[in-house]
Design a protein around this ligand. Structure first.
Ligand SMILES: Cc1cc2nc3c(=O)[nH]c(=O)nc-3n(C[C@H](O)[C@H](O)[C@H](O)COP(=O)(O)OP(=O)(O)OC[C@H]3O[C@@H](n4cnc5c(N)ncnc54)[C@H](O)[C@@H]3O)c2cc1C
Length: 427
């Protein structure tokens, strides 16, 4: 006997229609969209349409040379995607991380430039949103939200990358201002940013971290020409030099001593973004490899009918879905304000970015010589994948953070009931 149809309870969101009526189902399931409300799903549907019409087809041209992708940036701003990073009182839509990871994954699937513009917005603007005075916030954040202006995040220095506590940029108090001296390296969007979030220390107070907001025209600020790099084209980097740059105390973000935590707050969101971008790229790589495996015949049958190829694809899809689940959990933790969100963000970033590098490498292998051609998207995916393992904390740094936390918790955690009382050293 057929089961009667199951009625959805009134509070349940309506079933998800396919974004484009009649379109083929996607290779990777839309299961995570069920957690979004109808407005949020509508945004994803519009974004998918843009990926099909613009971001996907234009990605290769955007990534041909490393100049700022103005057209992509303006489109993301015009469509309200940039605004998802900003609070409502400044004109933004204050999107949950549960939605932001879906946005960034969609973009990362086709175009790392557009995805990195969105994660970079979190990185560069978060300290302004969280730490600027009400007056400064209202003067600047609405313009960042519309894309009229841009900010850059200047933390890394020649002598302080993974170990950011070693910053050498010094700020000297002088009347109602700070005098800033130092150097910053690898600063994304430095050539186009109107504002720089600069993190340094108060002179002679090595534990007193301070973040300030400096305008690009400030006397004494030098911005180097753009520096060539392997991938992530469309979002160039430069170095900065500060020589007696004067910043009014009103442009300090947060209180003195809060510079490090403001930077960590921005990095937390950006790490979640890196994980989503990496998973989007991994999904795109599998889609491309799987299409090749159906189109290409070798030894008398489709490439995808060979068991060895199926096993490679099976490993990719299984690990990607597991990683997506970890990231979705992390986003929920962020949205709830759970105390362990930062550790989960480290795990999600570590897992997703290392996985992406492996998946893109294997997908390129599966597409043979074509995968190695500049004309084929996987060459770009391959070059872009590497930075996700380095930026916003290298994989090894995240492993250190996660391992240290585990060992600390092990001291207080419930003992496994299989164990005898006393020290295990006495077994
Ligand atoms: C394209 C690009 C864009 C960037 N954008 C920005 C930006 O906008 N703003 C900004 O402030 N910075 C930016 N960065 C800097 C980036 O965050 C740093 O490169 C990154 O944090 C690593 O620092 P580092 O390069 O100095 O590497 P190092 O600190 O020299 O580390 C080198 C390597 O050592 C290993 N390692 C480090 N610590 C440990 C450890 N404890 N145990 C084991 N191994 C370890 C890791 O493999 C690491 O990759 C950008 C970098 C690039 C390449």
């Amino acid at each position: 006997m057929a089961h009667p149809p199951v009625a959805h309870p009134p509070s349940a969101p309506p079933p998800i229609a396919h974004p484009i009526a009649g379109a083929a189902p996607r290779l990777f399931g839309d299961h995570f969209l069920a957690a979004l409300d109808p407005d949020e799903r509508g945004l994803i549907e519009r974004l998918r349409a843009l990926c099909r019409s613009s971001f996907g087809p234009q990605a290769a041209a955007v990534a041909r040379q490393d100049v700022f992708a103005w057209e992509t940036f303006r489109m993301l701003a015009h469509e309200g995607i940039v605004a998802t990073a900003f609070p409502r009182d400044c004109g933004g839509t204050d999107a949950r991380q549960a939605l932001r990871i879906r946005i960034i994954e969609e973009l990362g699937r086709v175009c790392s430039t557009s995805a990195s513009i969105i994660t970079g917005t979190d990185l560069s603007s978060r300290a302004i949103v969280a730490g600027a005075s009400a007056e400064l916030r209202q003067a600047i954040v609405p313009r960042l939200c519309t894309g009229e202006q841009q900010a850059a995040f200047a933390l890394t220095e020649p002598g302080a990358g993974s170990d950011v506590r070693g910053l050498q940029t010094l700020m000297r108090r002088q009347g109602g201002a700070y005098i800033v001296n130092g150097r910053k390296k690898f600063i994304t969007r430095a050539s186009t940013a109107d504002w720089f979030v600069v993190v340094g220390k108060i002179e002679d107070e090595p534990a007193n971290f301070v973040a300030v907001l400096i305008h690009r025209d400030a006397p004494g600020l030098g911005i180097s020409p753009e520096v060539g790099k392997l991938g992530w084209f469309g979002v160039p980097i430069s170095s900065l030099r500060f020589e007696n740059v004067q910043v009014s105390a009103g442009h300090r973000l947060g209180a003195e001593g809060e510079g490090f935590s403001l930077a960590q707050d921005a990095l937390l969101r950006a790490r979640i973004g890196h994980a989503a971008m990496a998973l989007g790229r991994a999904i795109g790589a599998v889609e491309i490899a799987a299409t090749y495996a159906t189109d290409r015949e070798v030894f008398g049958k489709a490439l995808g009918e060979h068991q060895g190829v199926q096993w490679m694809l099976a490993d990719m899809v299984t690990q990607i879905e597991a990683s997506r689940a970890l990231l979705a959990l992390t986003a929920d933790k962020y949205d709830r304000g759970d105390a362990d969100t930062a550790i989960f963000a480290s795990m999600a970033k570590l897992q997703a970015t290392d996985l992406c590098m492996k998946v893109v490498t294997d997908a390129l292998q599966l597409t043979g010589g074509r995968g190695y051609l500049q004309d084929f998207p996987l060459e770009r995916f391959f070059r872009d994948a590497k930075l996700n393992q380095i930026g916003e904390g290298a994989s090894e740094v995240h492993k250190t953070v996660i391992g240290r936390d585990l060992v600390r918790r092990a001291r207080q955690a419930e003992r496994n009931p299989c164990l005898r009382e006393g020290s295990l050293a006495d077994y």
